[in-house]
Ligand binder design. Sequence first.
Ligand SMILES: *[C@@H]1O[C@H](CO)[C@@H](O)[C@H](O)[C@H]1NC(C)=O
Ligand SMILES: *[C@@H]1O[C@H](CO)[C@@H](O)[C@H](O)[C@H]1NC(C)=O
Ligand SMILES: *[C@@H]1O[C@H](CO)[C@@H](O)[C@H](O)[C@H]1NC(C)=O
Ligand SMILES: *[C@@H]1O[C@H](CO)[C@@H](O)[C@H](O)[C@H]1NC(C)=O
Ligand SMILES: *[C@@H]1O[C@H](CO)[C@@H](O)[C@H](O)[C@H]1NC(C)=O
Ligand SMILES: *[C@@H]1O[C@H](CO)[C@@H](O)[C@H](O)[C@H]1NC(C)=O
Ligand SMILES: *[C@@H]1O[C@H](CO)[C@@H](O)[C@H](O)[C@H]1NC(C)=O
Ligand SMILES: *[C@@H]1O[C@H](CO)[C@@H](O)[C@H](O)[C@H]1NC(C)=O
Ligand SMILES: *[C@@H]1O[C@H](CO)[C@@H](O)[C@H](O)[C@H]1NC(C)=O
Ligand SMILES: *[C@@H]1O[C@H](CO)[C@@H](O)[C@H](O)[C@H]1NC(C)=O
Ligand SMILES: *[C@@H]1O[C@H](CO)[C@@H](O)[C@H](O)[C@H]1NC(C)=O
Length: 597
Amino acid sequence: MENFIPRLISFLLFFAISSSTSTLRHRGRLTDSDDPAVDLHSISSSSSPSPTTFFEVRRPIPVPKSKPCSTLVLKHDFAYTYGSPPVTATYSPPSHCHFFGPSPSRIVLEWSAASSGRQFDRIFGLWLAGVELLRSCTAEPRPTGIVWTVRKDVTRYRSLFSQPQTLAVFLGNIVDETYTGVYHVNVSFHFYFARRPPPPVFDSPADLIIPISNSLPLNDGLWFQIKNSTAVQGKNVTLPRNAYRAAIEVYISYHSNDEFWYTNPPNSYISKNNLTGIAGNGAFREVTVRLDGDVVGAIWPFTVIYTGGINPLLWRPISAIGSFDLPSYDIEITPFLGRILDGKGHSFEFGVTNALDVWFIDANLHLWLDSKSSFTEGSLIEYQAPGFVPSLISNFSDLDGDFDTVASRTISATGWLKSSFGKITTHFFQRFDYSNKMKFSGNGSAQAVNQSIFYNHGTYAKNSSTVLHSEHVFQIFPLYVYIGTSDQDEDSYLSIANVTVGFDEEKRYFGEKIGFSYTTLRNLQSGEGVMHVKGNRVTSGVGSTRQVYGYESNDGCYFRNVSSSNYTILYDESGESCTKNSWFRSSGHLPIKRKTI
Ligand SMILES: *[C@@H]1O[C@H](CO)[C@@H](O)[C@H](O)[C@H]1NC(C)=O
Ligand SMILES: *[C@@H]1O[C@H](CO)[C@@H](O)[C@H](O)[C@H]1NC(C)=O
Ligand SMILES: *[C@@H]1O[C@H](CO)[C@@H](O)[C@H](O)[C@H]1NC(C)=O
Ligand SMILES: *[C@@H]1O[C@H](CO)[C@@H](O)[C@H](O)[C@H]1NC(C)=O
Ligand SMILES: *[C@@H]1O[C@H](CO)[C@@H](O)[C@H](O)[C@H]1NC(C)=O
Ligand SMILES: *[C@@H]1O[C@H](CO)[C@@H](O)[C@H](O)[C@H]1NC(C)=O
Ligand SMILES: *[C@@H]1O[C@H](CO)[C@@H](O)[C@H](O)[C@H]1NC(C)=O
Ligand SMILES: *[C@@H]1O[C@H](CO)[C@@H](O)[C@H](O)[C@H]1NC(C)=O
Ligand SMILES: *[C@@H]1O[C@H](CO)[C@@H](O)[C@H](O)[C@H]1NC(C)=O
Ligand SMILES: *[C@@H]1O[C@H](CO)[C@@H](O)[C@H](O)[C@H]1NC(C)=O
Ligand SMILES: *[C@@H]1O[C@H](CO)[C@@H](O)[C@H](O)[C@H]1NC(C)=O
């Protein structure tokens, strides 16, 4: 990863000035997840010798009872891979699976990995035919070893699996005498063939997926790298002329100076205090998706904390929400199809408002094709993406102060499209509300950030008489981070961190054939960690994390209540009952309104 170098440099820089009493610098250094402080040799030596299993709390993927047809596609040891091409393997539809009959009803990607020694959290991506299937972060090993498994439902990429394709994995790792952790990885696909169709999922998989990513060969991930607020990167693609529906799915991760963008102070604070080496540009970020230069959708990202983030002891063994399977974001572009079905190239590009080095972004264009005609036609009826400026209220003197940032925006588009299904009008809208309250106290030795993102979006498709499908999603991403540091002597300090991060979501779907369906998810983690840091090593410390996960849908429920402290699970309760979930029911509801259609 190119971002490794700047991090090393800033690390050395911090060292050179480590006698400064500004504990902000400790914050800057510690919140860098490539921080070598994540050396836990000294506190893990007395732990049991068997490998620790790390995990992210999620609902297990519901699969048919039948045994899957499985294929191991890649087995690789990621040692010194930084600056090398992605590791590739050929995926072939397994001959022992009956691919020539009905399509698999469920496809599951399984990443299983083991490591031991000392290593950073490494971001990685996995692509099939250039289409990204997984963006993730490695768990940080212990000397006694760790293992973890990520299972992801990849049924929506089904059209890729019927023919041979190149699988590529980029995981930029550096192994030397200090950072010894090699990642031993297996990648498998499991295909489930159910005799009857599975319960309705929100969408049938697309017929064709066009990657909006860099092409092999290259010595990096297939993602684009966005390093500043003016950079726009992407690709020109030509669409088949019989598409009747299109959605772009965007994968995002942020690193180095923007790994903790939500804690970045405004530049005025940095310059007034003559701070150097502190990432700024304030705490607001927006990813924009541009079609031929027009912003057709936005993403106000969920705050994934990687496994070494804030205090690495918090995430052992319960990993942060989204860290093992970063969320991707869908933007419906069907209203714009009429503009781009001309057989010519059209550009899909990405930018990041206020970006600092570096954001990794790419996307998959999911297309549904009209099998009964070779041309569809359409037109945009309405499109609005008004500009906006986040408001900042700033009140600081020296290193202490308050910063309140608030922003909102809407984007909407309506267009019609004529295919063998008739003339269908599709409306897509997004509404975002963001608030970030940041407080520095104790002469800059403590920072508290309280942020919320509200994201309300939906798609409605109808012909002149009937609603054919509609989807309405409401998400809330609450985040609270408190970091306090105190210097102990010239080269050591104490850090206290509290983190609360949540991912709440309510989805309502209506499909002409399947009727109404819904899912509701409330997923909340909170943790506290203390660590003593000397030089670049955590010499002692403890992290505790609690998580409550509640999922309800017409197709099943899942509940889990789990807590860990100092690598040990304190309690772990889970169930699939939809009725016993009193916490869930008493926790109030997301403010979604059933849209009358
Ligand atoms: C606050 O921190 C700055 C920089 O570390 C230092 O110069 C200053 O003396 C401190 N002020 C107080 C009141 O401690
Ligand atoms: C954490 O666990 C280790 C052994 O597993 C123990 O030696 C250490 O005292 C514990 N730390 C705290 C703060 O409980
Ligand atoms: C990978 O698969 C091999 C068998 O092919 C197995 O021995 C090994 O333990 C697996 N590794 C991981 C990390 O799952
Ligand atoms: C922003 O990034 C682009 C692409 O990486 C680069 O060409 C441009 O010079 C950068 N702009 C600034 C102001 O650094
Ligand atoms: C896309 O094509 C346009 C003109 O056809 C060209 O100006 C632009 O540079 C291309 N963009 C990319 C990302 O290739
Ligand atoms: C920042 O630097 C300027 C110019 O050297 C100086 O006048 C000012 O007092 C400094 N401010 C702080 C907070 O150190
Ligand atoms: C700015 O902060 C100071 C000190 O905390 C406080 O007394 C003052 O009321 C604040 N001003 C505003 C406008 O918030
Ligand atoms: C964060 O802000 C929200 C709403 O502004 C408030 O309800 C919540 O208590 C705050 N959390 C903390 C930890 O201050
Ligand atoms: C609208 O769709 C419904 C359901 O598919 C169909 O029965 C009806 O004929 C369609 N109406 C028009 C005007 O195409
Ligand atoms: C941090 O969490 C601890 C334990 O829950 C709590 O006692 C403390 O008040 C919290 N501090 C802050 C600043 O949020
Ligand atoms: C989770 O379990 C803990 C310990 O048993 C319990 O105190 C807590 O109330 C539970 N939380 C929920 C939401 O069930």
